[in-house]
Structure formats: structure tokens, C-alpha cells
Design a protein around this ligand. Structure first.
Ligand code: SF4
Length: 225
């Protein structure tokens, strides 16, 4: 079973999947907005747009939700996104093979705006603010904000965004989704790889990913990709 088979059967096995992830995302957005408002932090006008940061995403539920948005795009938009996704992966492959830093626009960002903003994955919603996480094994983990936050807002005592409940809810939903669909492969994909998987199935992504050692089923990275 590949990602798309799992997504197709998801509504049969878990009819409220869409509402559940939408509700989780709404909670994340509310938590983020409250913490950002506390220090007056805003992303508006940011020149170091985090849509040029390479994130990897790890859940099937986020893939399914993004796929729902992608399928709602017109054919022209989907073609452009697909072409941009291929360019993105080529650039990533070159950067990684040469050990260079990677800054490249996510294929879903057109003219500085995310064209699937309501469907964007978790880390796109949480990036930027300093945060804490109560890890069941490692204890309390604290993370910094993006470098713009650290430069401009460091002196203001921020209300740290607590990601613990957010991660737990998403992990719980992911467990339900995987149990329902029987999909068990580990994931760790950039949005570009997700787009190519949506277009051509898992084989298409393997082909692209193989050029740089592959990401599918590879080492699981931290939640920020
Ligand atoms: S999915 Fe949207 S918000 Fe996330 S990096 Fe891509 S363009 Fe930016």
C-alpha cells in the first residue's frame, strides 16, 4: 500500500479524519497566535521567509490533508507546482551532495504566499516561536525561535509555545490513521517529495529521492524536519 492508496481508503475507515486534523490545526494556530501576540511577533514582511527552509514532514495524516488541498487546485496550478517540486529536489540533491546550505522556495509558495495555506503541515504553523516540549524520555526540551525572532525579540521575555499537547494530539491521530489504513512505513518528506508522491505515487518519489540516497523510510529527524 502506498500513501495514495492509504489516503483513498482513509474516509472509509476513519470517516471523521478530515474534521479531526482540521480541528487539531485550528488549535495549533490558536496556540501560535496567542504566543505570538504576547510579544507582538509577526511574520509580515519577513525577508527570510521560512518557506525557503527545508522541512521534512513525518505523518500520513498531514500528507492526506495536504493532498486534499492539492487535488482542489486547477490543472495549471498542479502542473506548475509539480515542475517546481522537481526543481526543488534537484537543487536539494546538489546542495546535499556538495555540503552546501540549502535555501529554496517551497513549490507551494507562489509569489511569497502559500497557495495551500489552510492545508499546510504542522511545522509550517509552528516555526518561528521559541518553544518547549515535555518529552516522555528526554524530559523538558527547549527550542529557540527563528533567527529573526532571536534577533528582534530576544530581549522580550516570551511566553514559550508549549508544543507538548500539540504533538501528542497529532501523534494520537496519526496512530488512529495508521491503524485504520494499515499503512506502517516511516515518513520523512519535504513538501516537494509529497507533491511528487501525490502526482506519481511512491515510485516517482523513490526515483527522485534515490539520487540523493533517498528519504523514504530513512532516518527519522526531529519534528522540525
Ligand atoms: S507548505 Fe506552504 S507554508 Fe509550508 S513551506 Fe510550503 S509554501 Fe510555506
Amino acid at each position: 500500500m502506498d500513501f495514495n492508496d492509504a489516503c483513498r481508503t482513509l474516509p472509509l475507515h476513519l470517516p471523521d479524519w478530515f474534521d479531526r486534523i482540521a480541528a487539531d490545526y485550528a488549535r495549533m494556530d490558536a496556540a501560535y497566535d496567542a504566543a505570538a501576540a504576547h510579544v507582538g511577533f509577526t511574520c509580515s514582511g519577513c525577508e527570510d521567509n521560512c518557506c525557503r527552509t527545508r522541512f521534512r514532514h513525518h505523518t500520513l495524516i498531514e500528507y492526506a490533508y495536504l493532498r486534499q488541498g492539492f487535488e482542489g487546485l486547477g490543472a495549471g496550478h498542479r502542473r506548475r507546482v509539480g515542475a517546481d517540486a522537481r526543481r526543488y529536489l534537484k537543487a536539494l540533491q546538489e546542495a546535499e551532495s556538495q555540503g552546501n546550505p540549502f535555501r529554496h522556495w517551497c513549490p507551494l509558495n507562489h509569489d511569497g504566499r502559500c497557495i495551500l495555506y489552510p492545508y499546510r503541515p504542522m511545522i509550517c504553523r509552528l516555526h518561528g516561536l521559541p518553544h518547549i516540549l515535555h518529552h516522555p524520555v528526554r524530559g523538558m526540551i527547549q527550542g529557540t525561535g527563528c533567527h529573526v525572532f532571536e534577533q528582534a525579540y530576544r530581549r522580550i521575555a516570551p511566553r514559550l509555545l508549549d508544543r507538548s499537547g500539540i504533538y501528542q494530539r497529532l501523534a494520537g491521530l496519526e496512530r488512529a490513521v495508521r491503524q485504520a489504513t494499515g499503512f506502517s512505513a516511516p515518513l520523512g518528506m519535504t513538501v516537494a517529495e509529497m507533491i511528487l508522491a501525490m502526482e506519481g505515487g511512491i515510485a516517482g518519489v523513490r526515483e527522485v529521492a534515490a539520487g540523493r540516497g533517498g528519504t523514504l523510510g530513512g532516518r527519522r529527524r526531529g519534528p522540525t524536519g
